[in-house]
Design a protein. Structure first.
Length: 309
């Protein structure tokens, strides 16, 4: 009886994971290198543990941070059996290539192009504030025109993207509990590219970090994520990547200007190990939390053990 119930619980939980992947079944994006289409659902449903980031347009904060985070955490994910990393960008190949070059992305991170953002929408990412409206109606006779850039400005204030302001403020405040080592790596890469601001770290002749100025802040420099560190990286990304390369990175499809992103990790058995949709600008998946989730006992194993107890 216990064995039968155990199998039933495991089957139900596995089925829920499989359902999560069905949203991307038959959804394709094209490889930056070679242009071949990739079925995202099939890639996730296979026996290979796979990470798929549903990114945003190439100049966007969220897309840039997802690339920087996955670049840092790929080795730690490999230790947990992941060896297939895909980043979908809502960008034409030229814009995607410009971002890859700006970030010196590892060639083992496979970049896929989806200029329309269809893959992210199929997965269920937020389309942002008032995605289908072109005006804000005040009265029956009066309305304020609203274009894509106006919607994006509203999202920066938290409209349709509630987590934007907490995520931005958190970059200034820091975090005394959870480390984010990817930030220092990304800052160092930006400094090697001569991006402003370029005085957050000291680098040696080889470009390796010798000191981090944020860790020298009195009282709070010992925090796992010191105040101002993430905010400084975001300033570096904005000035040195987004604005400096806007013409090369901007979206051709303005409908993607307000679309947010997400990510999903398969478990190699046809199910989902972790999934996330961004609740705001700068509010992307926390890869430290992803590692904790992957290291936790599997839900089906825990359920089986509870029934058997």
């Amino acid at each position: 009886m216990v064995a039968a119930l155990s199998c039933l619980v495991a089957a139900v939980l596995a089925g829920n994971g499989a359902f999560g992947l069905q949203r991307l079944s038959g959804i394709t994006a094209n490889k930056l290198v070679g242009g071949a289409p990739v079925d995202l659902g099939a890639a996730l449903a296979g026996d290979k543990k796979t990470v798929v980031v549903l990114g945003t347009y190439a100049a966007d904060f969220n897309a840039i941070e997802y690339c920087q985070r996955l670049q840092h955490y790929a080795p730690k994910l490999r230790e947990r059996g992941y060896d297939d990393f895909k980043i979908v960008l809502n960008a034409e190949p030229a814009a995607a290539r410009a971002l890859v070059d700006a970030l010196d992305l590892d060639e083992n991170l496979e970049i896929l192009c989806d200029p329309s953002g269809a893959a992210g929408r199929a997965f269920g990412v937020s389309r942002g504030w008032k995605p289908d409206d072109d005006e804000i109606r005040i009265t029956d006779e009066f309305a304020i025109p609203l274009n894509a850039y106006g919607k994006l400005f509203g999202m920066l204030l938290g409209l349709g993207a509630w987590a934007t302001l907490p995520a931005v403020i958190g970059g200034y405040v820091g975090n005394p509990f959870t480390p984010q080592p990817w930030i220092e790596d990304a800052l160092a890469q930006g400094m090697r590219k001569d991006r402003f601001p370029g005085n957050a770290l000291d680098l040696d002749a080889s470009g390796a970090v010798t000191s981090n100025k944020f860790k020298e802040l009195p009282g709070v420099g010992s925090w796992p994520r010191p105040p101002l560190e993430l905010a400084t990286l975001r300033l570096q990304n904005m000035v040195g990547i987004s604005l400096a390369n806007w013409d090369a990175l901007k979206p051709d499809n303005l409908a993607t200007l307000t679309q947010l992103g997400g990510c999903v990790l398969s478990d190699g058995n046809g199910g989902v190990a972790y999934e996330w949709t961004d609740p705001g600008i700068c509010a992307v998946a926390n890869f430290e939390e992803i590692l904790k989730a992957l290291d936790a006992p599997a839900k089906d194993d825990a359920a089986v053990e509870a029934l058997a107890a």
